[in-house]
Design a protein. Structure first.
Length: 188
């Protein structure tokens, strides 16, 4: 719809410029059109917002298709990209912050930034199959625990943020278990 309105606006703007040129040619009083100026400002703001919105949506959609092994490799890059998107979102003009699309964009970026530390914890070497079983129990979901089959979409659909504290406890427990296993192997 934005593209449609932009093309309609461009047509109106060209007509207005043509009429203004005619007014200059015949030395007529210039016709002011404040609605056209206001619409131009709004379209400019909308373009900024929706360009960033579509960039974030496309980026998140591409992340959703990644397998867990790819997520583990790219997790820091993902964090950098989403932090950059968050900064861009915060730099948008303040007048956009009242719009629903801005709030939706901010929510998407914030949620992903909040889930990244959980994904980083789950990508540690200390996380074993038994810990994934605990994650499934806590989230109330079922998924295949294979790094080449498990997708990020599956984990995001499990709503990890809802049980964030439980996931953090599982990851801390896994770290402690790995430390104990390491000490036992050193003692042997």
């Amino acid at each position: 719809r934005l593209k449609k309105f932009k093309s309609e606006f461009d047509l109106l703007k060209r007509k207005h410029e043509s009429y203004a040129a005619g007014e200059d040619l015949f030395a007529l009083k210039k016709t002011e059109n404040p609605a056209l100026v206001k619409t131009h400002k709004e379209l400019t703001l909308l373009t900024k917002l929706y360009d960033l919105y579509m960039e974030v949506v496309n980026t998140l959609e591409s992340y959703n298709e990644l397998t867990w092994s790819s997520v583990m490799e790219r997790i820091e890059n993902m964090a950098e990209q989403m932090t950059a998107s968050d900064l861009q979102c915060k730099r948008l003009p303040k007048s956009l912050r009242e719009w629903e699309a801005y709030n939706d964009l901010q929510l998407r970026v914030t949620n992903f930034l909040n889930i990244l530390p959980l994904l980083q914890d789950l990508s540690k070497d200390s996380i074993q199959n038994r810990h994934w079983v605990q994650v499934m129990q806590v989230t109330g979901s079922n998924f295949v625990v294979d790094a080449n089959e498990l997708t990020l979409r599956t984990l995001l659909n499990a709503d990890l943020l809802r049980v964030k504290d439980d996931i953090e406890d599982i990851c801390d427990s896994a770290d402690k278990q790995m430390a104990i296993d390491t000490k036992l192997s050193e003692v042997r």
